[in-house]
Design a protein around this ligand. Structure first.
Ligand SMILES: [Zn+2]
Length: 492
């Protein structure tokens, strides 16, 4: 077993600057300086300096290129040259790798602090631009934002912890199409707000903490004819209404609906050609099983629905992973379904499971993902990964947050439908960092339809009638998912 085989760009430190980050620790009222390395557009912080600034402990094994930090009762393992952190045995993946320099480890600052904030120290706040890390028990009073699209405008609800004086709130629209709301005395959870799923005329949400003032900026897609806001008490919130001309909006909604209509689906039979995938004791190969199941799903869709089916392969040929997502994106796919068969050294294990793409996941999931990702070994043009990996991972994170909900819904229906038809255990919906799912800009899932390593499952999988059952389940799930999504669109 090996970790994720994505090949990372090695950052060239064009300029090595020791521009320090100031760590302001309110509880000890002592300031620290933390050394940084500056890579391309990013800064990396010194682990040693950070440890003293956080008054935490450190255990090192430089020979094995490993460090263990103890922060707030959590054990954080860091290895140089990888992008993984293990926090209390749970792996987290950063967008970039840990660099070793002068006997010290340098962590990608923003990314590391985000993970630290989510897992260990909720009270930290890192301002990359001003190079300040604030450590405090922060209590945000501007917590989240929600956007609702109506036929004649957009309603935005900002959840707050308390009522503000109306005099402290102001709003305006600038000539570049940004709507601004400022709240004096507001302490905004920028990471929550900046993750808001945008819709309707809101193109982007950017929130900022400027001293004692929270600023929320909304980039508008089209002109608004009026804007106003008011405060609610129960629940405590600020409601903004942005009115748009009716016609413009109807056509916008139409466009949005068009974009969401499930008219094209990508079916991806895993492996193929020189990459056989896993195989069973009796020689059954994953690549053959999944091609057959995939074709069955495709035929059902083509025969019974108007959905256009695009296959990444219909023969026993080798298709690199990057090409699979390229095919999917270029075909304008609205759903990506990758079909695989699992294997485990423990031959007793059986069952089916469905995966979503995620950048943080369990150790067991890493094992499955590393096996599926290991196909990259077979690919001649590895250069594609080196060039793409950074950009891909960033888009992957964004895309997966946008499509995660949909992928989750589909995965749940697939498990339900397979459960109705198969007698093997339902192993549920899981998350892992499958490369093949990371680049598709559409909801995507990866199905592991059974364990070919289990002799009785292998026997089943060899039977066309059994493979038909799996295909039926996947097909049914896609139909159900499509109709539930269309119902939602009709309600808008
Ligand atoms: Zn596979």
């Amino acid at each position: 077993m090996m970790l994720n085989r994505i090949i990372y760009i090695s950052i060239i430190f064009s300029t090595i600057l020791f521009a320090d980050i100031k760590v302001v620790n309110k509880s000890t009222s002592k300031d620290f300086l933390v050394k940084t390395l500056k890579g391309e557009k990013k800064i990396y912080v010194s682990t040693r300096d950070l440890v003293s600034a956080l008054s935490s402990r450190l255990y090192e094994n430089l020979e094995r290129k490993k460090l263990v930090l103890y922060i707030s009762g959590k054990r954080i393992k860091i290895s140089s040259g990888t992008s993984f952190l293990i926090i209390d045995d749970i792996p987290y993946q950063m967008i970039d790798i840990v660099h070793e320099y002068n006997g010290d480890f340098y962590l990608p600052a923003e990314n590391f602090f985000n993970i630290l904030k989510e897992t260990t120290l909720p009270g930290i706040f890192f301002d990359e631009r001003r190079k300040i890390l604030n450590i405090d028990v922060v209590r945000y009073n501007v917590k989240s934002l929600d956007i609702k699209q109506k036929t004649n405008g957009t309603i935005i609800r900002i959840k707050t912890q308390k009522s503000f004086s109306d005099r402290d709130i102001s709003s305006f629209i600038n000539k570049h199409g940004w709507f601004y709301l400022t709240i004096v005395g507001g302490l905004v959870d920028t990471s929550a707000l900046n993750k808001t799923i945008t819709r309707g005329i809101i193109h982007r949400v950017e929130s900022d903490q400027i001293n004692q003032t929270a600023q929320i900026a909304l980039k508008l897609r089209s002109e608004v004819i009026s804007h106003e806001w008011y405060q609610n008490q129960e629940p405590s919130e600020i409601v903004i209404t942005l009115r748009t001309a009716l016609n413009n909006n109807v056509s916008n909604i139409k466009k949005v609906k068009e974009r969401w209509r499930l008219d094209t689906i990508i079916l991806d039979a895993g492996h193929g050609g020189k990459d056989p995938g896993t195989s069973g004791k009796y020689g059954t190969k994953e690549k053959d099983l999944v091609l057959d199941i995939t074709k069955r799903v495709g035929r059902l869709l083509e025969k019974n629905t108007g959905i256009k089916v695009v296959y990444t392969r219909t023969e026993d040929i080798f298709i690199p992973l990057w090409k699979r997502t390229k095919i999917a994106n270029e075909a304008g796919g609205k759903l990506f379904v990758s079909i695989h068969i699992n294997s485990n050294p423990n031959r007793k294990i059986k069952g089916f499971e469905t995966y979503l793409y995620s950048s943080s996941y369990s150790a067991e999931a890493i094992e499955v993902a590393s096996r599926e990702n290991s196909v990259i070994e077979f690919e001649e043009k590895k250069i594609n990964y080196e060039k793409l990996s950074m950009e891909r991972k960033i888009t992957a994170t964004m895309a997966s947050s946008m499509f995660l909900k949909e992928s989750e819904a589909l995965a749940a229906i697939i498990q339900e439908e397979l459960d109705k038809r198969l007698t093997i255990p339902n192993r549920g919906v899981k998350q892992a960092g499958f490369y093949v799912l990371s680049g598709a800009s559409m909801p995507c899932v990866l199905i592991e339809g059974g364990f070919v390593s289990n002799p009785s499952e292998e026997k089943n999988l060899k039977s066309p009638a059994y493979r038909k059952k799996i295909a039926d389940g996947i097909y049914r799930a896609i139909i159900k998912f499509k109709s539930s999504r269309e119902k939602l669109l009709a309600e808008e």
